[in-house]
Write a protein that binds this ligand. Structure first.
Ligand code: ATP
Length: 586
């Protein structure tokens, strides 16, 4: 039950997963590799032409062609790098776009319960800032990373061809330092991973501090809020600082290896050249000069690779986090069965529930809700009403027991068969930035404005529609902020009615609606509930009185069940609640 909603990806699975999620990366991979090799080889040809010119005695007949070949090679390298740059940038951006699309799609396909456990800022960061790290790396020298690696390969091959004995100490030193760097790289990866999580948490803290600013100003709790934010900022800073020590160790180690290699080749090359027969050195002067050049061509990309390992690691961490979201388990992977047609009956059998690893907040609840029945769920605050509603809509899975909808275990139902058939209407519904009409039409993909007007009439909301300045074209604003809570509820009720669901789980608004909106909401609710199975989390007595049956929760247990008249007649939690409600609204 406490499995991670977004499982990690092992380093060795990173590339195959990236290629699977973003197949664009595969396209023209051979050509891209070829261009990188051409770019690297073009640069390495220059020292070979110098060697020829020197060994030919630096005669005009030898220097001329050498300069021509060298220049042509440099030109080819330049063109190849330019083409490589263009290709790689375009492919990677296409791949990232696919990754973002796949990530968002998967987030929408995730089981509601799992998605609820992913902090909003974390999901957002994975699709934005984390994926951006790859672009940042590419723009900040990532392409040179690739041409550098190709140049390193070509330089190694040529050095080995020239003098295996001289190339050996260079390669041994390079292999040794790479071994140590790999270990350091693992440490860096772990620390970057941690740092990115802390950055995500900081983003969440900043969002909270900005969104909560009106409350903070009104309550004068600025110092408390800033202290909370400061702690998150400090953690993010410390996380980033912790990556510096291994990063610096890595760079210094690279510098040390590089200087040692240059000295080894220079000394070794001269010694090797001199120890041949007199007049017939084992290495010609041209070869020694070319070797020194080649070490430069070997060393410079190596140095660059080492220095940009940190950024590469950061980009890989960003890529991995985005990929993890894009490959998180979806509900469809679990559920294959369809919900039978018509009003849905609900069977809750010995269900207990908890959040994460916390204590049980709902214990051994057993109840059957008949198809078409209207049930009101009541109880004091914290008694478990919302938890019960979350269980019915799979935003939480039972720790113990089973729930069946229409006779089918909830976890066997596919997300597609639940969409539009089982709908939750929260207290403060979410509206998209668009018109009221567009928000209502979301209930049914094929619906027209005509359908939206019809449904508003059916719900008795024609009068409300007439009061809207732009009718259906009235803008709702970002998250519906241009409408009141009551109006948002009316739009959500119309959207729900248009979806024509068979089971509606309704979280009644607790916030005070103005009397006119309140009446409109009550009428709309009465119209919506006809002929459907309804589970209302009731915060007002009228809802409980009107329901076919009332379920009373207390301290996580279902303690009473019956209609209003039966329950109010006997002493107990329901009678106490009714007394409290009547006391509050005499
Ligand atoms: N996301 C959560 N994580 C951990 N505990 C939670 C979470 N949501 C609710 N709880 C705990 O579960 C218990 C039941 O909460 P629940 O929201 O179901 O109560 P409720 O009856 O709906 O209350 P209210 O009328 O105030 O909405 C409470 O003790 C609450 O603290």
């Amino acid at each position: 039950m406490s499995t991670e909603p977004i499982p990690g990806i092992r380093p060795r699975d990173l590339l195959p997963t990236a290629l699977r999620v973003s197949p664009q990366l595969r396209r023209g991979l051979l050509l891209t590799g070829g261009l990188a090799l051409l770019g690297g080889a073009g640069r390495v040809i220059a020292p070979l032409t110098v060697q020829h010119a020197i060994d030919a005695g630096l005669t005009p007949g030898a220097v001329g062609p050498a300069v021509a070949v060298g220049s042509a090679a440099v030109l080819v390298a330049w063109v190849a790098s330019m083409l490589l740059n263009r290709r790689l940038h375009a492919r990677v951006e296409e791949a990232l776009a696919a990754l973002r699309r796949a990530g968002l799609r998967r987030f929408h396909e995730m089981a509601a319960g799992a998605a609820d456990r992913v902090p909003t800022a974390d999901a957002t960061a994975r699709l934005t800032a984390d994926a951006d790290q790859v672009t940042t790396f590419l723009q900040g020298g990532g392409i040179q990373f690739l041409t550098g690696a190709a140049q390193l390969l070509v330089a190694t091959a040529v050095m080995l061809a020239y003098s295996p004995l001289l190339a050996t100490p260079v390669l041994v030193l390079a292999a040794l330092s790479f071994g140590v760097m790999l270990v350091l790289q693992r440490v860096i990866a772990r620390r970057y991973d941690r740092a990115r999580r802390d950055l995500s948490a900081m983003q969440a803290a900043v969002t909270e501090a900005v969104l909560g600013a009106p409350v903070i100003r009104a309550t004068g709790t600025g110092a408390w809020a800033r202290a909370k934010l400061d702690a998150a900022v400090d953690r993010a800073r410390d996380g980033l600082v912790r990556t510096l020590a291994p990063l610096h160790a890595n760079t210094s180690l690279g510098e040390l290896a590089i200087s040692t290699m240059t000295v080894a080749v220079l000394l070794g090359g001269v010694w090797w050249a001199l120890t041949g027969d007199p007049g017939r050195p084992r290495l010609t002067a041209g070869q020694v000069v070319a070797m020194v050049f080649l070490v430069g061509f070997f060393v410079r990309p190596l140095q660059f690779l080492v220095q940009s390992l940190g950024e590469a690691q950061n980009a890989l961490t960003g890529l991995r986090r985005a990929l993890e979201l894009a490959t998180a388990p979806s509900t469809d992977a679990e559920g294959r069965d369809a919900l039978p047609g018509g009003p849905v009956g609900v069977d809750v059998e010995h269900v207990s529930a908890r959040y994460g690893d916390g204590p049980l907040v709902l214990r051994d609840v057993t109840v059957r809700i008949e198809p078409g029945e209207h049930v009101a769920v009541v109880g004091r605050t914290g008694s478990g009403k919302s938890t019960f509603a979350k269980l019915l809509t799979r935003r939480l899975d039972p720790a113990v027991g089973a729930i069946r909808l229409g006779g089918v275990p909830l976890q066997r139902l596919s997300a597609a068969s639940l969409a539009g058939r089982v709908v939750i209407v929260p207290q403060d519904p979410f509206l998209f930035d668009g018109t009221i009409g567009q928000n209502i039409r979301l209930g049914s993909p094929a619906a027209t404005d005509h359908d939206a007007v019809r449904i508003l009439h059916e719900l008795g909301l024609a009068g409300w529609l007439a009061t809207l300045p732009g009718g259906l074209l009235t803008p709702a604003g970002l998250r519906g902020e241009r409408l009141s809570v009551g109006e948002r509820q009316l739009v959500a009720l119309a959207r729900t009615a248009l979806a024509d669901p068979d089971l509606v789980v309704l979280d009644e608004a607790t916030s005070g609606l103005d009397p006119a909106t309140d009446v409109a909401v009550q009428h709309a609710l009465a119209a919506l509930t006809r002929g459907r199975t309804i589970v209302s989390i009731a915060h007002r007595m009228n809802t409980a009185v009107a329901a076919d049956r009332v379920l009373v929760f207390a301290a996580g247990r279902l303690v009473q069940s019956g209609n209003h008249a039966q329950l109010v007649a006997r002493p107990g939690p329901y009678a106490d609640l009714v007394a409290a409600w009547t006391g509050a609204h005499p």
